[in-house]
Design a protein around this ligand. Structure first.
Ligand SMILES: [Zn+2]
Length: 355
């Protein structure tokens, strides 16, 4: 059903090849009020249609993100890769993996102890933490897979020690406690938190990306919803923190082709269609991110546009990097190419400049 829904959307072709690296000219945006805390949540292996299955779990907190914020269920992964590490490097650096300006991290294995992005690619790839560190904003990576050591090994050594707190933790309650600590204005007047939740990916690999109501996969998505509920409960109980906090939530990939995986058989929509949510406490949603970004972004129907250089683009998970910088009132990540001009709005054009 979701595929039919997507197929019914207006499809406007964009060029698939590009001779030059030239992003679409941005509409000038007024500088908006900055938030003091931004939480970027990556839900590993979250397929968009998992949020639409009737007669399964209620998902009240994804519903809250949708109804109060700006979102789309038709965002995209990296244009080539639909697995974890290339998408997270993209999400944190504002680049896709391939091409002259790509971040160049194509593999998914846990890096060896000596490996870093610099060591692998020969040039440093900066990320959101470089910007927050330069601005004196405390930052944390609260990850739940060993392969995220890549970021510790790349961005927490020598001159590039730009992450204040790196942790690998699979207990979501401990992950949330670390998140809440980063929101404590006494300890961290401003902060940037990357929070990685892995349960849907685990369930998908163990049992398949099964859209049958109450399947293991959908139960794992419901567990993420409960974690979001605990985050919202914390914010609701701390109004002064909530007023200064923004949330961005997306995913690194979906899954299901082939069964119990998301790595192959060419690009397939079940692997590359992901959600993207923006929530701030003073939004008046629901807003469709494509509808409030006309000319800048283009809903891609069911397809995966390959070129990042020509014409309006789908909203991708790697838009998140510079969106977070925009929410914090910071400049874009050096070397980034996606949402480089912070053109992705989370409010209508009329209200955007006033927020
Ligand atoms: Zn993943």
């Amino acid at each position: 059903m979701f595929a039919l829904l997507l197929l019914s959307l207006v499809q406007t072709a964009s060029a698939e090849t590009a001779p030059v690296a030239q992003v679409a000219a941005p509409i000038a945006t007024e500088k908006t009020a900055a938030y003091d805390h931004v939480i970027l949540i990556s839900v590993d292996g979250l397929r968009s249609d998992a949020l639409l299955v009737e007669k399964s779990h209620e998902l009240p907190n994804f519903k809250r993100l949708t109804e109060q914020g700006a979102s789309t269920l038709n965002a995209r992964t990296d244009s080539v890769y639909t697995f974890t590490l290339p998408n997270h490097v993209g999400m944190l650096s504002g680049r896709i993996a391939t091409g002259k300006y790509g971040h160049g991290w194509f593999t998914n294995a846990t890096p060896k102890i000596h490996e870093s992005i610099l060591e692998r690619t020969g040039s440093q790839v900066e990320g959101i933490f470089h910007v927050t560190a330069a601005a004196g904003i405390d930052d944390a990576m609260i990850a739940s897979k060993p392969k995220f050591a890549l970021f510790r090994q790349s961005w927490m050594v020598g001159e590039d020690a730009v992450i204040d707190l790196w942790m690998k933790e699979t207990d979501t309650h401990k992950q949330l406690q670390a998140t809440f600590d980063m929101l404590d204005p006494q300890k961290h007047p401003r902060s940037m938190v990357f929070l990685h939740l892995r349960a849907p990916d685990d369930a998908g690999h163990d049992h398949g990306w099964n859209m049958t109501p109450k399947s293991e996969y959908l139960t794992a998505v419901a567990a993420v919803d409960q974690t979001l509920g605990e985050l919202f409960a914390f914010l609701d109980a701390h109004e002064e923190i909530k007023a200064r906090t923004a949330i961005v939530l997306t995913s690194d990939h979906g899954g299901g082709i082939p069964h119990k995986n998301h790595h192959g058989y060419g690009l397939h929509w079940v692997n590359y269609v992901i959600p993207f949510f923006v929530w701030t406490p003073n939004m008046t949603g629901p807003q469709d991110l494509y509808a409030i970004n006309p000319g800048q972004y283009l809903e891609p129907g069911i397809k995966m546009p390959k070129s990042i250089h020509v014409g309006p683009q789908p909203i991708r998970n790697c838009d998140a990097a510079n969106l977070c910088m925009s929410l914090l009132g910071l400049p874009s990540v050096s070397g980034s190419t996606i949402n480089q001009d912070q053109q992705l709005r989370w409010q209508t054009a009329e209200t955007f400049k006033d927020e």
